[in-house]
Design a protein around this ligand. Structure first.
Ligand code: AMP
Length: 124
């Protein structure tokens, strides 16, 4: 997937945003939706996504409004607090594009925590 890829409105997070498939919702506001990852890789594993149609971190950073960018980061901190990991710590991951191994082409930030989650990067 290229950072310049056109947004595919058939992606799974777009379907969640349209209410076509369910999610385990944690938080929602005007610009943001947060829900539990369907295949958790840590005791706490949440996804925070913009409601806008942005393909990747690159796309979001280049095209989103300041209000959308601010809302996403506020939401991440709120969700981390609500999930009880604000004090113990957590990792944010935003896989972006092919080398970032992004699988779902709608920008999302993973919140991983609830336990120690090891070193930052594992190269293949
Ligand atoms: P990434 O590799 O960063 O694109 O991660 C995509 C994430 O989306 C993975 O952790 C999946 O487990 C998660 N995922 C895929 N489909 C769903 C879904 N329907 N509900 C919640 N999480 C999902």
């Amino acid at each position: 997937m290229s950072h310049d890829a056109k947004y595919d409105s058939g992606n799974v997070f777009a379907k969640i945003l349209r209410g076509e498939i369910p999610c385990n919702k944690i938080y929602e506001d005007e610009h943001v939706l947060a829900f539990k990852d369907i295949r958790p890789q840590a005791k706490v594993h949440a996804l925070v996504i913009p409601k806008g149609a942005y393909v990747s971190a690159q796309d979001f950073g280049e095209k989103a409004s300041v209000a959308e960018i601010a809302a996403l980061h506020r939401a991440i901190s709120k969700v981390a607090r609500d999930l009880g990991v604000a004090e113990t710590g957590y990792r944010l991951i935003a896989n972006s594009g092919a080398h970032g191994h992004q699988e779902v082409p709608h920008y999302h930030v993973h919140i991983l925590g609830g336990q120690p989650i090891g070193k930052m990067v594992h190269l293949p």
